[in-house]
Ligand binder design. Structure first.
Ligand SMILES: *Cc1c(COP(=O)(O)O)cnc(C)c1O
Length: 366
C-alpha cells in the first residue's frame, strides 16, 4: 500500500537525537531554545514557543489571546477536531462557519454573516485553519477582525511554509499554532510551536506552558505542563532545514497528479488560489456525488492509501451533537465531507508510485 504519509527521517535526525541522549538533558533544555530561535527566524516572527503538540498550542494561544469562559470563537467545522476542542478547553464556545467550495477554507462571507448576527458581541475571536496546506483569505478575515475588534488565531498545523500574497502562514494572526505530529509537513513525533510578535503574549505563553510559574516553584496562576523535550526539538531543528525541499517535492507531486487526473470529468483537482503558495499537506480531490465511497474502495483495493479528511465535520460529531447540542447546518461543509478524498502526495513518493496512482484512476469504471 502506498501510504498517505511517510515521515522523512535521515541520518541528521538520528545523529541529533543521539547527541541529546549522550548529553543527558532529555527534557526541555538547550535544544528547545535552539529550535525556537530557528523557527522564529524561519517564520519571521519575534517569538516562537515550543510545546508538546499542536492541540495544546491552540489551547495556549487562545489563553494568551485573553479569551475568557463563555466567549464565542468562530472556527470552521471542516477541520480536525482539535481546532474546535481547543476552544472548549478554554471554556469558550465554537461558532462554526462554513467553508468555500474551491479552497475548503473558511468562508469570509459566512464569517461576516455570523458577526452581523452577534447582537451582544459575544464573539471575541476567529480561529482560521489553513486546511491541507493552503492559507485562508487573510485580507478579508483580518479586515473583519479589525472591524469587529476580534483576535485572530491561525491553526497552521498543516501549513508550515505556506504563503498568501508572498507572506508566510503564521504572520497573519495574533498567534499561530503549528503541529509537528508524525504526518505533518515537518515532524518531530509529537510537538507543537506557537509564533507571535507580541512580547506580552510570548511572556504569558512561557508561564502558562510551565505550570504558571515564571520563577522555579513560584506560581502566579494556574498553568499546564505543555513543554516540548530536547529529543523532539533535535528532530525538529533538522526537519526545519529540510522543510523547503519537502514542500517543493510535494508541490511537484501535486502538479503531476493534477495533470494526470485532469482528463477525468468525475473528479475535481485541488484548487490553488492565484495568490497562494500551497504546500499540499494533503492533495484533496472532489469526486462526483455518489461515486466517492466506491472510488475510495477502488483506490484502497489497488494499493493506494487514499483517505478521507475528514469524513464527519465537527458539528456532526456525536460529542458535539449529543453533549454540546449543536444543531447548525453548514451546506458546503456537509457536502464536501461526502465528496473529498486525499491521495498520497508526500515527498518520498517514487515515480513508480505516482504511475501506480495514475493507473488506479485509469482502471476505475465510473
Ligand atoms: C494535526 C492538527 C492539529 C493537532 O495537532 P496535534 O499535534 O496532533 O495535537 C490541529 N489542527 C489541525 C488542522 C491539524 O491538522
Amino acid at each position: 500500500m502506498i501510504p498517505i504519509s511517510k515521515p522523512w527521517l535521515g541520518k541528521e535526525e538520528k545523529d541529533a537525537v543521539a547527541k541529546v541522549l549522550d548529553s543527558g538533558i532529555i527534557a526541555s533544555g538547550p535544544k528547545v531554545k535552539e529550535f525556537e530561535a530557528a523557527f522564529a527566524a524561519f517564520n519571521g516572527t519575534k517569538h516562537a514557543i515550543a510545546v508538546a503538540n499542536g492541540t495544546v498550542s491552540l489551547h495556549a494561544s487562545l489563553h494568551a489571546a485573553g479569551l475568557k469562559k463563555g466567549d464565542k470563537v468562530i472556527c470552521p467545522s471542516f477541520t480536525f477536531i482539535a481546532s474546535a476542542n481547543s476552544i472548549l478547553y478554554q471554556g469558550c464556545i465554537p461558532v462554526f462557519a462554513d467553508v468555500k467550495e474551491d479552497t475548503f477554507n473558511i468562508d469570509p462571507k459566512h464569517v461576516e454573516k455570523l458577526l452581523k448576527q452577534d447582537m451582544f458581541h459575544r464573539i471575541k475571536a476567529i480561529m482560521v485553519v489553513h486546511l491541507y496546506g493552503q492559507v485562508c483569505e487573510m485580507d478579508e478575515i483580518n479586515a473583519l477582525a479589525k472591524k469587529y475588534g476580534l483576535k485572530v488565531i491561525e491553526d497552521a498545523a498543516q501549513a508550515h511554509g505556506a504563503k498568501y500574497k508572498g507572506t508566510l502562514a503564521g504572520k497573519f494572526g495574533d498567534f499561530a499554532s503549528y503541529s509537528l505530529y508524525a504526518t505533518k509537513n515537518m515532524a518531530s513525533g509529537e510537538g507543537g510551536m506557537i509564533v507571535t510578535d507580541s512580547d506580552e503574549g510570548a511572556r504569558q505563553l512561557r508561564v502558562l506552558i510551565n505550570h504558571g510559574s515564571d520563577r522555579v516553584y513560584y506560581h502566579t496562576q494556574i498553568g499546564y505542563n505543555y513543554r516540548m523535550t530536547d529529543l523532539e526539538a533535535a528532530i525538529g531543528i533538522e526537519q526545519l532545514k529540510k522543510l523547503p525541499s519537502f514542500n517543493e517535492a510535494r508541490r511537484k507531486n501535486a502538479a503531476r497528479l493534477k495533470e494526470a487526473i485532469s482528463k477525468y470529468g468525475w473528479v475535481t483537482a485541488p484548487f490553488e488560489g492565484p495568490e497562494n503558495y500551497h504546500i499540499f499537506h494533503q492533495f484533496t480531490i472532489k469526486v462526483k456525488a455518489g461515486l466517492r465511497d466506491r472510488f475510495l474502495k477502488h483506490l484502497n483495493d489497488n494499493g493506494v492509501g487514499a483517505k478521507i479528511f475528514y469524513p464527519i465535520p465537527v458539528h456532526k460529531q456525536p460529542f458535539y451533537v449529543e453533549a454540546m447540542k449543536y444543531r447548525v447546518t453548514l451546506p458546503v461543509t456537509e457536502r464536501l465531507a461526502q465528496e473529498v478524498i486525499s491521495l498520497p502526495v508526500h515527498p518520498q513518493l517514487t515515480d513508480a508510485e505516482l504511475k501506480h496512482i495514475e493507473k488506479a484512476f485509469a482502471d476505475f469504471k465510473e
